[in-house]
Design a binder for this molecule. Structure first.
Ligand code: XIL
Length: 456
């Protein structure tokens, strides 16, 4: 290196040091007649125009001496050697990431850092307005129907983020499983309402409606009911007592009940599933249960709730036949919305709405979750961006359809779970799934914006 250049570097370095506000000391080494200033790392970044989740990193370190540089993208993992040109890095999870460039020459090592914010719904913040995200809870986005979610008693007793999000976002609460018969009536003459009480009390204390789910469901009948030892008449009396005792306990606190859940199984030849209730109480058992419920709490809104109402037109017909047979004992239809990003079609969902409207029944989009992993890929570790966008669109479509329903039959939309990792679908299908509005860290997903978008 020419002497003149060396002196220039040294004096420039000293000048920089005297102006520098931080205390980092710039080292020089003098080796025989060679002085080398410690290289000063610096970099810039821009957000990719093609991909809002990607940034382009440019190493702007200048030095007359040889140096090497490595990146730490702030995502964990190995440092990455700087290469010529831009580094393109993607960030898909919400959070703050500190990016570090470390430059080293013979005089030492220096670092430059920058912190970026990423919102899973919008990508890298700062140029695309993450700050302007809506801060209202979902429940404030509509005043024409309740926005509900499920919970479990231990989650609300733990408090913390779970309860904060419940309170902020939702105004209706449903027990995921603790207000089903096997929990509330575990053995003869022995009720256990402890978990149900905890959920109902929490909801009431926080001004939330409670939607009771579900009094009669073949999947949640206790063993002693399945193997009931008394006569059919005693069985029926037991069911009446159970419905009466339960609904009386929650009178004035639980606004609505799924009285009978999933009674229809059109594939079995007879539209009515051959459950223990049908076997013991007869083909009109559904009507009997609704009568018991009506007697127990005349103010409660009574629903018949079932799945695949949109997806299967045959089942839809069977369900509406059953509901028609209940006459004035039923107030509404609960259409479970365990659906996927592809199915059912808008037309099929609309068909459920139209059939409900024409009967003047209330409509509950109950149990909403939207599957994405239709390939059942066991190795997926996160929700692919393209799927996230399709899921957002499907949430928007569903909520949009619901929002257009005449106001007198509107009731509520209930999301079947708060965070993706709490969803029953993960166990049910045994593959990774992200079907809900919040990710496991309570971050709102694109799906959340889809829900809000459906209300516009
Ligand atoms: C599921 C719950 O999510 C699970 O935690 C439980 O173990 C089984 O039941 N249709 C219904 C809901 O009506 O009650 C089911 O909930 C999901 C399918």
């Amino acid at each position: 290196m020419e002497k003149i250049t060396k002196y220039l570097i040294v004096s420039l370095g000293l000048f920089w040091l005297s102006c520098s506000s931080d205390n980092e000391e710039i080292k020089t080494i003098v080796d025989d007649d060679i002085s080398v200033v410690e290289v000063q790392a610096s970099f810039e970044y821009t957000i990719s125009e093609e991909d809002p989740y990607a940034i382009l990193l440019e190493n702007t370190t200048e030095s007359d001496s040889d140096f090497s540089a490595v990146w730490d993208f702030g995502k964990g993992g190995e440092k990455v050697a700087d290469k010529a040109g831009f580094e393109e890095v993607r960030y898909t999870e919400t959070g703050e990431y500190t990016i570090t460039l470390e430059a080293t020459n013979v005089a030492g090592t220096s670092t430059a850092t920058k912190t970026i914010k990423v919102d899973q719904r919008y990508g890298v913040c700062s140029t695309n307005g993450c700050e302007e995200l809506p801060q209202n809870g979902l429940k404030e986005e509509t005043d024409t129907f309740a926005v509900g979610v499920i919970t479990q008693s231990y989650r609300i007793s733990e408090g913390g983020n779970h309860t904060q999000v419940l309170k902020k976002e939702f105004n209706s609460l449903t027990a995921e499983y603790e207000m089903k018969m096997n929990i509330m009536y575990p053995s003869p003459n022995n009720y256990d309402f402890s978990a149900g009480d905890a959920i109902v009390d929490f909801a009431v204390a926080n001004d939330m409606y409670v939607h009771g789910h579900a009094l009669i469901w073949h999947e949640a009948s206790p063993d002693w009911v399945e193997n009931f030892t008394g006569s059919d008449a005693e069985f029926e009396k037991m069911v009446e007592d159970y419905i009466t005792t339960t609904m009386t306990r929650y009178k004035g606190k639980v606004r609505s009940w799924d009285v009978v859940n999933e009674a229809v199984d059109e594939s079995a030849g007879n539209p009515l599933r051959n459950s223990i209730f049908r076997q013991r109480m007869g083909g009109d058992y559904v009507k009997k249960c609704f009568q018991f419920a009506r007697n127990a709490d005349p103010d409660a809104i009574l629903f018949y709730n079932d799945f695949n109402i949109a997806a299967s037109s045959g089942k839809r017909t069977a369900i509406f036949d059953l509901v028609d047979g209940l006459g004035g004992l039923v107030d509404g239809l609960g259409a479970q919305m365990h659906i996927s990003i592809d199915y059912p079609s808008t037309e099929d969902i609309q068909a459920v709405v139209d059939a409900t409207v024409s009967r003047g029944l209330k409509l509950h989009f109950s149990e909403l979750d939207i599957r994405t992993n239709l390939e059942n890929d066991k190795n997926l570790s996160s929700l692919p961006t393209e799927k996230a966008a399709r899921q957002k669109a499907k949430f928007k479509e569903v909520v949009n359809i619901y929002n257009a329903v005449p106001s007198e039959i509107k009731f509520g939309v209930t999301v079947w779970g708060l965070r993706d990792n709490e969803s029953w679908l993960v166990d049910f299908f045994g593959v990774p799934e992200w079907p809900l509005l919040f990710d496991e860290n309570y971050n709102k997903k694109q799906a959340y914006d889809g829900f809000v978008g459906g209300l516009q």
